[in-house]
Structure formats: C-alpha cells, structure tokens
Design a protein around this ligand. Structure first.
Ligand SMILES: *[C@@H]1O[C@H](CO)[C@@H](O)[C@H](O)[C@H]1NC(C)=O
Ligand SMILES: *[C@@H]1O[C@H](CO)[C@@H](O)[C@H](O)[C@H]1NC(C)=O
Ligand SMILES: *[C@@H]1O[C@H](CO)[C@@H](O)[C@H](O)[C@H]1NC(C)=O
Ligand SMILES: *[C@@H]1O[C@H](CO)[C@@H](O)[C@H](O)[C@H]1NC(C)=O
Ligand SMILES: *[C@@H]1O[C@H](CO)[C@@H](O)[C@H](O)[C@H]1NC(C)=O
Ligand SMILES: *[C@@H]1O[C@H](CO)[C@@H](O)[C@H](O)[C@H]1NC(C)=O
Length: 787
C-alpha cells in the first residue's frame, strides 16, 4: 500500500498550532516515509539558499507513555519516517480519529527558527473483513408467530478501527417468495443488532425449513465481506432479550479503591423462564483490549472489578461495553455501556524535559557571547499526568541572564534575558524548578549548563596610560629599553596581540618592538643628540575584526659624562690680558667661561687656578668663574703673571680642561673715579655744543690776537698733551682682537678704564682747553710779553 499524503497548510501561530497534517496507513514496515516537513511547511522559504543547508530539524520527545517512539525525523532533511510498524488497532480507540502529535524544533546554527507541530493521522488499512462468530446459524420461527416477529442473529465484527473500514452494512440474500426480511438496528456500542423479521405467517406444513444468507460488507475500499448462512426452522419457540437496569453506567473510581470491591454491579433481567431467562455477562467485542485487560467482569453476577494490573496515572476515561445474554436457543442479548472515570488522587512530581535549540552535549548547551537578548535557547516541556491540582504545574527559573517564557500550558522556552560576556563569566548553571499544585506540592528540578563561546569583543588594553623608560646613552644597539604590556581577555586569535611602532615618516625612530612587547634600540643613543623620544605603540589583536589601541611611549636618554668641558672665554690658549689697577677701584678682573655639552652634574662646572698664583694675588670664584684680586695692590705687585686655569665637571669620571692666561698687571697710583664719572655723563654732547659756542665766541674774540700769540699757543698745547697721555689710554696695549672682552668697562663700565672711542671727545675737550688757555695766554702775553 502506498502512503497517501494530504497537505493541509494551517496558519502558523507563534509556536503552537498545527503546522501540518500527514496521513499514514498502519501496517507499514519501520522506516516508511511519512512526509517532507521542510518542504511542506515552507519553513525554509524565508531563508537564503546557503542558509538552508545550516537548518537542523530535531524531534522533541513524543508524549507517549508506555509505547516507544513511533516516528523519526531526519536531522538534516526534515523528512519524517515511521520508527516502528504502526498498528492503529493497538494505538487507537475504535471509531475515533487516530493521530499522534510530533513536535519538531527547527533551528539554524544556534538560532531557533520555530517549533512545528505536526499531526500524523494513522489511517487504518482495511485489513480485516467483517467476521460473523460462526459461518452458519440456526433460528426458529413458530407457526404462531405474527407478521413482524423478529429473531436475532449474530452480527459481524470488523477488526479494523477506521471509521469506514469498520462500518458494516448487511444485506439479505433469499429466494424471491420467501417471507423474510433483515432488520438492522444500531446498538449503544455502535454495532448493529440483526434480526430476521417475518413478513408473513409461516405454515410449517407447507415448508418447515429455509436457508437464507446474510452478507456483511465493510465500507473500506475495496470493501471486504463475509456471509452467514441462516438455517430457519419452523417451530413453536418464543423468546425475549435480557434488559439492563440502565443503558449507561457512570462510574468514578478513586485510586484507593480496593480491588476486592466491585466498582459497579450491572443488572439485566429477562422475562423468560428457566434457561431462556438466565442471564450471563461478558464484554462485547467493542470493548478495547486495554480496557478488557484492566477490568474484570464476573460473568454471572455482573460485577466489575479493577484488574490486578490496574495502574493509575494512565488514562482518565475507559469505556466498557457489556453484553447480557440469556441461554435460550438462539440466545438473545442486549448491551450496556459502562463509563469509568478514573479519579487519580496520586500525586507524582512533574517531569521536566529540556530540549536545547543550540548545539549541546549532554546537559550543556553552547551559545555565543554575542547572542541577542531574547534569543531562544531551550524548549521546555513539562508533564504531570496527575489528576486535578496535582497535575497543574508552575515552573520557575531564577537567573540574572536567562528567563523562562510560557508557550502555553506546560510548555516554556528559555530565553536570554541580559547580554552575556564570556570575559566576565564563561559558564552559567541553570536550574528550572517545577512544582505542582497538589497538597503537598511536589517539585522537580532540571539542571543544565550554558557554556559561552568567545567573540572578539574586547579591545586590547595597555596596562599603563603612558609608558616611560629611561635608557643610558652610548649603549650598544638592540639594547632593551623595556616592556610594554597590553592585555586582551578574548580567547584564541582574539587574544593574540601584535605590536608595532607608529612613526612619522620624516622622523627616524631608533627603536623596534618585539612580538612580546619589548622595545629595543636600533642604534646607540646619544643624549646630546636627542634626550627624549616620544612616540606611540600600536597594538592589535588577531580576531575578526581585529581591535586595536595605541599608547604613548616616552623614552628618556640618560646622560653620561662623555663630553669634556671647554673654555669659551678665554677662547684662545694661551691668552694675553693687560690689566691696569687703580687703587680703590674694583678688584674684579674678568670672568672665565666654560661649557659642557652634557647635562646636570655632568655639566656642573668648577673653576680652579692650577698654577701661577704663588703670591696668592688672585682668587677665582669656583662656580661663577669670576677672577679678582685677593687684596689691594701696591706698586710691587705690578708685573707679568702666567696663570693656568682648570675647569672640571662633576660627572664620573671627572673631565677637565685647562687654559693659560698671560696677565700683565700695571698698578696706577692715580684714581680714575673723577675722570670716569665726568666722562660717563650722558649730557656730554650738550656740554660739547655749549663749549663749541663758547669756543666760537672765544675764537672770534681772539682773532685779533691770534697772530701775536700763535708761538706761545703751540708751545703750551704740546706741553699739555704730553702730560695726559700716560694714563689716558689703558686699553691700547691689548694683544687680543677681542678688545671688548679685554677691556671689561664695556661689560661693566665701572670695572675698568676709559674706552677707546671716547678719545675724540677728549681731543675736543683738549682743543677747547687749548683755546681757552690761548685766550688767557694772549691776555697774559698782551700784558706781559713784549711783542
Ligand atoms: C458521568 O459522570 C461524569 C463525572 O463523574 C459526568 O461529568 C457525566 O456527565 C456523567 N454522565 C452521565 C451520563 O451521567
Ligand atoms: C609585562 O610583561 C612582561 C613579559 O610578559 C612581564 O615580565 C612583566 O612583569 C609585565 N609587566 C607588567 C607591569 O605587567
Ligand atoms: C583601529 O581601530 C579603529 C576602530 O576603533 C579603526 O577605525 C581603525 O581603522 C583601526 N586601525 C587599524 C590600523 O586597524
Ligand atoms: C665684581 O663682580 C661681582 C660679580 O660679578 C659683582 O657682584 C661685584 O659687584 C663686582 N665688584 C665691583 C666693584 O664691580
Ligand atoms: C685632567 O684630566 C686628565 C685626563 O684627561 C688627567 O690625567 C688629569 O689628572 C686631570 N687633572 C686634574 C687636575 O684632575
Ligand atoms: C706716584 O705719585 C707720587 C706723588 O703722589 C709721585 O711722587 C710718584 O712719582 C708717582 N710714582 C709713579 C711711579 O708714577
């Protein structure tokens, strides 16, 4: 037989409504194809073709008790097959639609797509034909029987459970003039009551026996049939069937019911006497085998007991059909229905079944840390078949990252409540607790774990905001400057770091960085060339996509005492210096200057007199380099001195430089203060102007006498000039070109003597004095000289 598939597309509700219905006939061998869920439910239609390959189908546990799994769903293709030979007669109850619900979870990788509810209707194959209890039966009619008299004959039973397959129609085969008809009436259990009805009185003298045939045909396709031969004898017998006190017995059974007490006593009475009135009870063929095995019927008393195999917690309602039959010939019977309601007062803890949507091993599901909030992680089905409150269940999941969401009665999904972070926590233990509402309330727990997979979501972090290193100058290349550290808690490539230096193209950076973050020099460093380097280190991880950070690095090059100090003044060695000492004038002579290209203590300079100061005439300030006389000088001190100076730095080792100064000392016994003070007046030019005016006046006045005094005038001027020249030009004998340094009055006018460029003013003054004198002389001569 081929499996027939009918497609029913049902509007897809969120998670629970029928998604598709398949029909499968019973009797197929295990592994028979039932249908293609993926195709029929269009669940993949919204996915891209490459995504469809990733879709997995998994069957939720079937809610069958006692029986093993009936169906199997292919994980990759979503096709459904039978897992065992299906037998509608054992799975289902006669005359009811026989189906099973199969829940199938559809997921793409870790993402849940939906849960499909597939209904599989098990169709009964018409594999049984209607069967009469016997091939032939004998009945009797009395000669006295009136038209319409009925005699029962047995009905046929069809072993199929399908509605049509078990539906029997009857038909009577007889000779045309035989006065019999078949009457068919439905009894309570759905079976037919058959009887042969007399259409005319019989005359035993005309004919005392007949044979007719009753054909029973079921509604299957093709139909099956069987035949009952009815031998009719014409006699005097009369009969009435037994009658039950109730057509339907309604019985409730509690689980503490004792097995020795009947759950109900049926009673049927028969108006006939003797054998014809003796009633016995048995289950009619309509009663299911399960029910027959669970209940015991006392044939003679009509008492029904719980069978010894009776266990509660299975089905809630059983229907029994009991036939009461007398012992007449033929026997007459009637049927009563007994509905047994099982009130299960047992309280069993609920059973929790967790199905993970994402990849899982054992009790651990794996999800990625970037899973969206609200994602579906597991499907939870709870079963509690206890009666009433004992079977009502409340479930809880207390967790800060996951929560339980109801999908209808006893169905839940576990979803992500809050964002996950593997770096904070890579593993979560979850407990679902379900309690029923019985007294006492019973509870079960289901524990499972969720493992969080890593995603490269953390940027590498440097352990410092700025890294500062100090390195000595003059070290070899590849000298280790220091380590920089960055951390990245991601796993795998996402936590592997690569360092590099960020440089401006134009600046050469004498460093390199190793894979483990060590900075090395590329060349030997020179503090005097560059004492601080600032640059950035870039770090990135190798995740997808890579994440990066940069950090500022400062490398200070520590000074070494690798430069010797040198004199900047005096700038030549040896050096000649002429000094004129004026009493009560300053003792300062000059300031020695030196320079060291190192820094700090390596450039901290100290001056000393090395040689030539045997008379202790000079002192040198060690730090300022100021050279001065140690005391007031006298004429004996004048002379030449060969002074040797040394300048030392304070590094390790101490470096030094020496220089020699030939100092020629002249000691004057004239003070220069008055002169220098007068000459230093800023109003010199004004005075000069006045003097020039006076001179002009004087010249004008003196013109008449000029000729007469000219001889005297020349003589007087010559004399005056010669007397002044000895001390007037103290700087004249400098050997050095650097006159200004030699003549310190330029640096500090109070230190030493009159500068050279003032000699013109002196000349003017001297001319003026000469003229002035000449006027006096002319007046004097006009009076005294006899010209
Ligand atoms: C049988 O009993 C059940 C409950 O015990 C009740 O719901 C049902 O209506 C009753 N049926 C008849 C026919 O009395
Ligand atoms: C940086 O890393 C190096 C090498 O891995 C290690 O020796 C050093 O202790 C680390 N330093 C800090 C401050 O973490
Ligand atoms: C570093 O990361 C930023 C984003 O934070 C990105 O824009 C940049 O391109 C990355 N740099 C490199 C060199 O990868
Ligand atoms: C000598 O030089 C020192 C230092 O420059 C200065 O303080 C001092 O005033 C000078 N003395 C005279 C008399 O100029
Ligand atoms: C100056 O330095 C030289 C070496 O350059 C050394 O031999 C000498 O002793 C030093 N002089 C003094 C006074 O320290
Ligand atoms: C110093 O001055 C005195 C007079 O005060 C004079 O006699 C003497 O000749 C002068 N000496 C010199 C060397 O100019």
């Amino acid at each position: 037989m081929l499996i027939q598939i009918f497609l029913f597309l049902v509007v897809l509700n969120l998670c629970y409504s029928l998604d598709f219905t398949y029909y499968v006939e019973d009797g197929k061998s295990p592994g028979a194809f039932v249908g293609d869920i993926a195709y029929d439910t269009h669940v993949l239609d919204s996915l891209l073709p490459q995504d469809r390959k990733l879709v997995r189908f998994s069957q939720m546990r079937e809610e069958t008790i006692g029986t093993s799994q009936l169906f199997r769903v292919s994980r990759n293709t979503g096709k459904i097959y039978t897992a065992q030979a299906l037998d509608a007669e054992s799975i289902c109850v006669r005359n009811e639609e026989c189906f099973k619900i199969v829940d199938v979870a559809v997921r793409k990788r870790e993402t849940f797509i939906k849960i499909l509810e597939i209904k599989v209707i098990i169709q009964d194959a018409n594999d049984h034909q209607p069967e009469f209890p016997e091939k032939e039966v004998s009945i009797q009619f009395s000669e006295n029987d009136a038209k319409g008299t009925k005699v029962s004959i047995p009905n046929a039973i069809d072993g199929d459970v399908g509605i049509l397959n078990s539906q029997i129609t009857y038909q009577l085969e007889k000779n045309k003039y035989e006065p019999f008809a078949l009457s068919v009436s439905k009894s309570l259990d759905g079976t037919s009551k058959l009887s042969i009805t007399l259409e005319e009185r019989l005359d035993r003298e005309v004919k005392d026996s007949y044979i007719v045939q009753v054909i029973a045909k079921d509604g299957g396709s093709p139909p099956k049939q069987s035949v009952l031969d009815v031998h009719i004898a014409v006699t005097d017998v009369n009969d009435t069937p037994p009658v039950f006190s109730q057509n339907v017995y309604n019985v409730s059974v509690k689980n503490e019911h004792e097995k020795t007490f009947p759950i109900v006593i049926l009673s049927a009475t028969d108006a006939d006497l003797e054998q014809n009135g003796k009633v016995s009870y048995r289950f009619s063929s309509q009663t299911s085998n399960i029910a027959k095995s669970l209940f015991d019927l006392d044939e003679s008393t009509g008492e029904i007991f719980l069978g010894k195999d009776f266990t509660f917690g299975q089905k809630l309602i059983y229907k029994l059909y009991v036939e009461a039959t007398d012992e007449g010939n033929p026997p007459l019977s009637s049927t009563a229905k007994v509905v047994v309601y099982v009130i299960n007062q047992q309280n069993n803890p609920p059973v929790i079944d967790v199905n993970f949507v994402s990849a899982s091993t054992g009790n651990t599901a794996t999800i990625s840390e970037d899973i969206a909030v609200g994602s579906f992680i597991a499907y939870v089905k709870v079963s509690d078949h206890d009666f009433g409150l004992n079977g009502e269940v409340i479930c809880d999941l207390h967790h800060n990252k996951f929560q339980l969401q109801s999908l209808g009665t006893k169905k839940f999904k576990v979803i992500v409540k809050d964002t996950l972070d593997r770096e904070t926590r890579d593993h979560h233990d979850i407990t679902i607790i379900c309690k029923d509402k019985g007294t006492p309330s019973l509870q079960s727990e289901s524990k499972f774990s969720i493992k969080i997979m890593d995603v490269n979501d953390v940027r590498p972090q440097f352990t410092e905001r700025i890294f500062k290193f100090v390195v000595d100058e003059n070290q070899r290349s590849k000298f280790p400057v220091g380590f920089i550290n960055a951390t990245d808690p991601d796993l795998g490539l996402g936590g592997q770091l690569t360092y590099s230096l960020l440089t401006d193209q134009q600046d050469f950076l004498p460093f390199q960085i190793t894979d483990n973050g060590q900075i090395l020099t590329l060349v030997s460093l020179d503090h005097e060339f560059q004492d601080v380097y600032e640059f950035q280190v870039f770090v990135k991880d190798n995740g997808k996509p890579p994440l990066n950070s940069t950090v500022k690095i400062i490398v200070e090059v520590k000074d070494e005492n690798d430069n010797t100090p040198y004199f900047t003044f005096p700038s030549v060695n040896p050096y000649s210096l002429d000094v004129i000492y004026y009493p009560r004038h300053t003792k300062n002579i000059t300031v020695l200057k030196a320079f060291d290209r190192d820094s700090r203590e390596n450039a901290f300079l100290k001056y000393e007199i090395l040689k030539g100061n045997d008379k202790q005439l000079f002192t040198l300030n060690h730090y300022s380099g100021l050279l001065s006389f140690s005391r007031d000088l006298n004429q004996q001190d004048a002379g030449a001195y060969d002074l040797q100076f040394i300048v030392k730095d304070n590094g390790i080792p101490i470096l030094n430089a020496t220089t020699t100064v030939f100092l020629t000392l002249t000691v004057s016994n004239k003070t220069i203060e008055i002169l220098s003070t007068a000459l230093s007046q800023p109003e010199d030019k004004v005075n000069m102007f006045l003097l020039i005016v006076i001179v002009l006046v004087a010249v004008t006045v003196s013109v008449p006498v000029t000729a007469s005094v000219s001889i005297c005038f020349i003589r007087c001027k010559n004399r005056k000039n010669g007397s002044l020249s000895a001390g007037a030009n103290p700087c004249a004998k400098h050997i050095s070109e650097e006159r200004h340094l030699m003549c310190p009055s330029h640096l500090d006018s109070s230190w030493a003597d009159v500068p050279g460029d003032r000699t013109t003013e002196l000349d003017t003054l001297l001319i003026f004095l000469s003229i002035y004198l000449s006027i006096y002389l002319s007046i004097y001569l006009s009076n005294n000289c006899d010209i």
